[in-house]
Design a binder for this molecule. Structure first.
Ligand code: FAD
Length: 388
């Protein structure tokens, strides 16, 4: 019967485990099942790009294994189990070989985001790593150690590319990075702020190639040769691809649930299917795709109550993002896409304070680097909420 039908959560990242914890604060009895295609270890994903700075292996980053999480949450956690389809009419999930199916009372999609694979040719693609979960991280660290890696080529000068650049420099590696746009963090920062990050990373030894695309990665001796479309080449021991992530929408799509850039939800985190919710990196909440920790924590708190029978809309305050480039710290609160206004920039060396204001002078976003990050709290107070 419906009352005892379990709450099922697909995904055990910060979103899946986060909403499970919040739900258990309000309901300790309803059966709870978490299903994940990985090994279900609990870890903080942002730590994947500070591994050399903090000297942490994949095992160091794993906080609790799936069994311990199950005990703590009074839940069962199914690991290495991929969900291929949801029968939303009968509220059933088919898992694995589709021989087993489970009924849900309420279902949460917390399946995260997948890495975008740039179209690259060549014969050494197995030396191109992307690091988007703990298992990837383990592979990457093993490859670095096994092959006596000294030099890494990074594809992408965005958040993850710059964080890995700084982290690998801190680990004593040589780093060359490539981005088709004009400066570091090109989609998040105005030019002067991006150039400050670039200068700080260059002074630690990084080399950047702005403008070209990577076209091929081929074996060359023990390492690889990376070819750019401007005719240049970069020799390295291995390559990290960090061109961005996009919400995983395939499962929702295959199940007839509405998707746009992400799995579409309203502020109750309800999808188009009855009793199916979405949150975290896979979700598009009230039109916002925000692939960061602060929004998923806000969503977990609201959805934890909703699942326990107290419908609660999510609110998103202003949530500036801290970028982990210690060579030049960055805090950014990007203006909403399409916001009308202008940047004004004050700079002193690598300390840049950029403010995005509308014609009436209202602050709609900011970007701070270096010492200017000290202005974060004051500016954050002035910002409008993302979803009031
Ligand atoms: P994920 O952690 O990706 O979890 C998805 C889960 O779904 C996994 O358990 C996966 O196995 C499971 N899954 C997927 N498909 C299926 C399926 N079909 N069947 C069963 N299970 C499935 N954000 C910040 O705010 N600050 C930072 O400093 C920061 N640094 C970052 C650094 C790096 C290197 C990266 C990669 C991201 C960083 N982020 C940062 C982003 C932040 O980590 C993510 O927003 C957050 O971890 C997303 O959590 P999630 O639970 O939505 O997704």
């Amino acid at each position: 019967d419906k009352v005892h039908a379990p709450v099922v959560i697909i995904g055990t990242g910060l979103a899946g485990y986060g909403v499970a914890k919040e739900f258990r604060k309000h309901d300790s009895d309803t059966p709870l099942i978490l299903i994940t295609s990985d090994d279900g270890r609990s870890y903080s994903k942002p730590m994947l790009s500070t591994g050399y700075t903090k000297n942490t292996t994949a095992n160091d980053l794993a906080q609790l294994d799936a069994g311990s999480m199950a005990k703590m949450l009074k839940a069962s956690v199914w690991t290495m189990t991929r969900v291929a389809e949801i029968d939303t009419a009968n509220q059933m999930i088919k898992v694995g070989d589709a021989q087993s199916a489970i009924h849900y009372g309420k279902l949460v999609l917390a399946v995260g985001a997948e890495v975008i694979q740039p179209p690259i040719g060549g014969d050494a693609l197995e030396k191109v790593y992307s690091v988007n979960d703990l298992l990837d991280y383990d592979d990457f660290r093993s490859a670095v150690e096994k092959n006596g890696v000294k030099k890494v080529c990074i594809i992408g000068g965005g958040l993850i590319g710059c964080e890995f650049t700084n982290d690998l420099l801190n680990g004593g590696f040589e780093v060359e990075a490539v981005d088709p746009l004009g400066h570091c963090l090109p989609t998040l920062l105005p030019e002067q702020a991006g150039k400050a990050v670039q200068a700080a990373l260059e002074s630690k030894g990084a080399t950047f190639h702005f403008g070209p695309l990577v076209t091929e990665v081929n074996h060359a001796g023990e390492g690889v040769r990376v070819t750019l479309n401007n005719g240049e080449t970069i020799d390295a021991d291995l390559v990290v691809s960090a061109v961005g992530v996009r919400p995983r929408v395939a499962l929702a799509q295959a199940s007839g649930i509405d998707t746009n850039r992400g799995v579409v939800t309203n502020r109750l985190l309800e999808t188009s299917a009855p009793n199916v919710y979405a949150m975290g990196d896979c979700a598009e909440v009230g039109g916002h795709v925000l692939v960061y920790v602060a929004p998923l924590m806000a969503a977990a708190r609201a959805l934890g109550k909703t699942l326990a029978g107290e419908p609660t809309e999510v609110s998103y305050p202003a949530m500036p993002v801290t970028i982990k480039t210690p060579a030049c710290p960055v805090v950014v609160a990007p203006p909403a896409p399409g916001a009308q206004g202008e940047w004004t920039v004050q700079a002193q060396g690598n300390d840049v304070q950029a403010e995005f204001r509308d014609a009436a002078g209202n602050l709609l976003g900011f970007a701070l680097t270096g010492e200017a990050t000290k202005a974060k709290l004051a500016l954050q107070k002035e910002l409008p909420a993302i979803l009031a």
